[in-house]
Design a protein around this ligand. Structure first.
Ligand SMILES: Nc1ncnc2c1ncn2[C@@H]1O[C@H](COP(=O)(O)OP(=O)(O)OP(=O)(O)O)[C@@H](O)[C@H]1O
Ligand SMILES: [Mg+2]
Length: 476
């Protein structure tokens, strides 16, 4: 059995509370699932399993935790199993094997009545195709979840109006969905989900049907609502920029498996494998990596009176601060001093982008000369082929919509510093580099994976006796 990484630490590194705990979850479509799990086919690729059993492995042995207040993004190509996974979280699709705990409650054991309760009170889902009821006014669409809970008309309309205002649609209460643009309809979907005041919001590619500007507005809306209302969200997307913008952590899915779960910085700065590296290769690292990523102790004789910078500041914004002084910036996290980031550190991080591009180019040349790499890992995205298995609810139409709607400056404290443990990242020697699949010139080639950007060497001349005047706080 392939074992997936079970993340136990939340966005703040705190591991105790968990909203969703998913363990070894499988969903296999088709009648012969028992011929896969627990047999030698369990680790076989999807095509072979399909060929030998007729089954489609949509989710394969997936484990992860989602923490309260977190936006957990699941990202992957079409057909990678994202929708199946999110629907298994509320049992809109029945998992084949594994466990989903919601606030410690095993949803597999929930009776139909308990499941309905969970879907009405704790969870709300926002769908790609809005899932609105076409014949109902906007206010009644938004109030739908409250209606099925049995709330009086006056009360549910009051609440619905509040939500409609919150998503910026005041004045459209009596319109019908068809009279609204796609972006407006999606806001209605969001208002409907929020109306029931759920603990958890499940978003399945909610914005992929929207044009880029409206999409950006809606993303900002989610960030704002998340900040104001402090909900826990699982958000599916195939758009990396969206994932980076919204996600506290991002899970990258491929062929039903999770290949990496990490913060945006971890996914971009230290991709787990070739597939993730390929996904993130076009991202400008200076817009994702933050001062926290590069923080280090002071070097001997180094100036320690530089400007103060919050740990979450992206490198693109650290650069102008460094341009104004020769001292490294002093990095703090909520008032706790973490260490320093200097010009060289940022330049090195930028250079890694260039180095990666250069090594990609070299690898392509090499491949072209040697004529290999036509058949490496990766490959073009799979096109999903849906069978008629009944569990997968269609996302349009009134009946389905009703079902889905129901689911519907620094404080410098501290002791003597540790000896600096960092002194510059270096590019890994060629013989230790992993290879990664990358699509280029219409084919797949291999290229060296980026080195870990966290510097690891200790300066030879450092004896550990010099304490930077600022002191040093805990390092993260
Ligand atoms: N009801 C079904 N019956 C059979 N196979 C299914 C069913 N639903 C999904 N699948 C298959 O499961 C796999 C995962 O599908 P899923 O819809 O979860 O992917 P996805 O990542 O959400 O894709 P997209 O980005 O296109 O929405 C695909 O191979 C798909 O064909
Ligand atoms: Mg999907």
């Amino acid at each position: 059995m392939s074992t997936q990484t079970a993340e136990t630490a939340g966005p703040d590194g705190v591991g105790s509370d968990v909203t969703f705990s998913v363990r070894n979850l499988w969903k296999i479509f088709g009648k012969n699932a028992d011929k896969v799990i627990g047999t030698e086919l369990e680790t076989a690729d999807r095509d072979r399993i399909k060929e030998e059993t007729g089954c489609t492995v949509a989710v394969r042995d997936v484990s992860f935790d989602v923490h309260p207040g977190e936006v957990f993004v699941v990202m992957g190509l079409s057909g990678s199993g994202k929708s199946t996974l999110i629907r298994c979280l509320s049992r809109l699709i029945e998992p084949t094997a594994g466990q989903v705990l919601l606030d410690g409650e095993d949803i597999e054991q929930a009776s139909p009545q308990r499941l309905r309760e969970l879907r009405r009170h704790k969870l709300a889902m926002v769908f790609q195709h809005f899932g609105l009821l076409p014949n109902r006014k906007i206010i009644d669409n938004v109030a739908y979840g409250l209606e099925v809970r049995g709330m009086s008309r006056a009360d549910r309309h009051d609440r619905a109006r509040e939500m409609i205002d919150m998503v910026g649609l005041g004045g459209y209460e009596n319109s019908r969905p068809r009279e609204l643009s796609g972006g407006m309809q999606q806001r209605v979907g969001l208002a409907r989900a929020l109306a029931v005041n759920p603990e958890v919001l499940l978003f399945d590619e909610p914005f992929s049907a929207l044009d880029p500007l409206i999409r950006r507005d809606m993303q900002a809306e989610v960030v704002r609502l998340q900040h104001d209302l402090d909900k826990t969200s699982v958000f599916i997307t195939h758009d990396l920029q969206e994932a980076l913008k919204l996600g506290d952590r991002i899970a990258i899915m491929r062929d039903g498996e999770l290949v990496q779960v990490g913060t945006p910085e971890e996914v971009v700065g230290r991709p787990a494998d070739a597939y993730v590296a390929d996904f993130t290769s076009d991202v400008a690292r200076t817009t994702v990596l933050t001062a926290r990523w590069l923080v280090r102790d002071a070097f001997p004789e180094e100036r320690t009176d530089g400007p103060v910078c919050e740990a979450g500041t992206v490198l693109a914004e650290v650069l102008p601060m460094l341009a104004a002084t020769t001292a490294p910036v002093r990095v703090v996290d909520k008032g706790v001093f973490l260490g320093y980031v200097g010009r060289d550190d940022v330049l090195r991080a930028i250079a890694e982008d260039q180095l990666a591009d250069a090594t990609v180019a070299a690898a392509i040349e090499e491949e072209a000369v040697e004529g290999v790499g036509e058949d490496t890992e990766g490959g073009p995205p799979e096109t999903p082929e849906r069978s008629a298995e009944t569990e997968a609810a269609p996302e349009t139409g009134d009946a389905a919509a009703e079902d889905e709607a129901a689911a519907g400056g620094a404080s410098e404290t501290g002791t003597a510093p540790q000896a600096p443990t960092t002194h510059g990242a270096t590019t890994a020697p060629a013989d230790t580099r992993d290879t990664a699949a990358r699509r280029d010139r219409g084919r797949w080639v291999t290229w060296p994976r980026r080195p870990n950007p966290i510097p690891t060497s200790t300066p030879a001349d450092w004896d550990g006796s010099t304490a930077p005047p600022c002191g040093s706080g805990p390092r993260r």
